[in-house]
Design a protein around this ligand. Structure first.
Ligand SMILES: *Cc1c(COP(=O)(O)O)cnc(C)c1O
Length: 349
């Protein structure tokens, strides 16, 4: 990859000090030194999401690996799951439940719309599921759902709440303990802004009281939790990524969650102003700070490839004319001005 590459995909542009850790010697995993790094990272992760008395399992796997682990270890304990699906990530919960033959019901939310929470409550009242699976930010559209409202409904009907916060963690406000969420999941290549390869399961103290289902060998919660007691993982971890994670978390703890979120928000709002100026519609009703989805008006068939020729990466959106720009990682206002100018230039060809 060239030095001048500009990344508006995940994880975005990463500072040299973190990137360079990837080229350094790494510790043997079965050592005190590595155990300390794992324990310290767990503590910092818990503080960033506010999961005071819980645990964090780290897997060497992408985010979907963590979703898979939640379904096998946890969702299978309940007689029925209720899934909020407003895009491809919501439907991923559905395909995982189908794959592992967990009974589930889908509550569909239209493209880039917020949930109708009155209808949601009615659906839950009649469905009476044991567990609800949703996203905080449905990354395929950039629509952020209201977790206060979802959590209140779950509490009222005694439904366990599992939230995929993969793309909202460190971008949008989130307090796991205050919301009473049982399980949150995230992964390394989004708000943590390091390469893909690690994913995390935040288990609340309440979730930890259950006997998890032993249905997945590699992802087994009990086995992973047992090893975590001494700062270890059952199998070889992506050691280098763990080192980059630790360095990232140390920076994040110093900055503080509020400042990190404020900076992501500032970039998002700035880019959305540019969208407005250029007449690019942003469809999300209540957009997450992490990403802006927008429709260009012309030449959408060539935009993605033409930008790559200029060393600029944005995400195609799956719908004609629709693209997404991430606001994670290093990104200045000048970068965003430049991005918008280049999109406009291609649009006007
Ligand atoms: C990125 C993402 C995932 C995980 O995708 P992987 O490619 O498996 O890491 C899951 N859910 C959401 C909401 C995401 O944004």
């Amino acid at each position: 990859m060239s030095k001048n590459m500009k990344s508006y995909v995940f994880p975005g542009n990463i500072e040299d000090s973190i990137l360079q850790i990837g080229g350094k010697p790494f510790p043997y995993m079965r050592t005190e030194q590595f155990s300390e790094l794992v324990k310290d990272s767990e503590k910092m992760l818990r503080s960033l999401i506010n999961c005071p008395n819980g645990r964090v399992i780290s897997y060497t796997a992408s985010g979907t690996g963590a979703m898979d682990a939640v379904v096998t270890n946890y969702v299978t304990l309940f007689s029925k799951a209720f899934i909020i699906a407003g895009g491809s990530f919501g439907y991923r919960w559905k395909s995982l439940c189908d794959y592992y033959q967990c009974s589930s019901e889908v509550f569909e939310v239209p493209f880039a719309r917020d949930i109708n929470y009155v209808e949601l409550e009615d659906a839950i009242a009649s469905s009476r599921p044991g567990v609800l699976l949703c996203q905080h930010n449905e990354t395929s559209t950039g629509q952020l759902y209201n977790l206060e409202k979802i959590a209140a409904i779950c509490k009222k009907y005694n439904v366990s709440l599992v939230v995929d916060v993969i793309s909202s963690f460190l971008s949008d406000e989130l307090d796991m303990d205050a919301l009473g969420i049982d399980i949150c999941i995230t992964s390394s290549q989004k708000g943590l802004n390091i390469a893909p390869g690690l994913s995390f399961i935040f288990l609340s103290s309440k979730a930890l009281q259950l006997d998890f289902a032993p249905k997945s060998y590699y992802f087994d919660f009990a086995e992973n939790l047992k090893n975590l007691e001494r700062g270890q993982t059952p199998y070889s971890p992506a050691t280098t990524l763990f080192m980059q994670l630790h360095a990232r978390l140390q920076k994040d703890v110093v900055l503080g969650v509020e400042a990190i979120i404020a900076s992501v928000r500032e970039k998002a709002l700035y880019f959305r102003e540019l969208c407005k100026k250029n007449g690019w519609e942003v469809p999300a009703e209540t957009p997450s700070n992490s990403i802006t989805g927008f429709f260009v008006r012309r030449n959408s068939d060539i935009l993605f490839k033409e930008l790559i020729k200029q060393d600029i990466f944005i995400m195609p959106g799956g719908t004609p004319g629709y693209f997404r720009v991430s606001h994670l990682g290093i990104q200045s206002k000048e970068d965003l001005d430049n991005l918008a100018e280049r999109i406009k230039e291609i649009e006007n060809r």
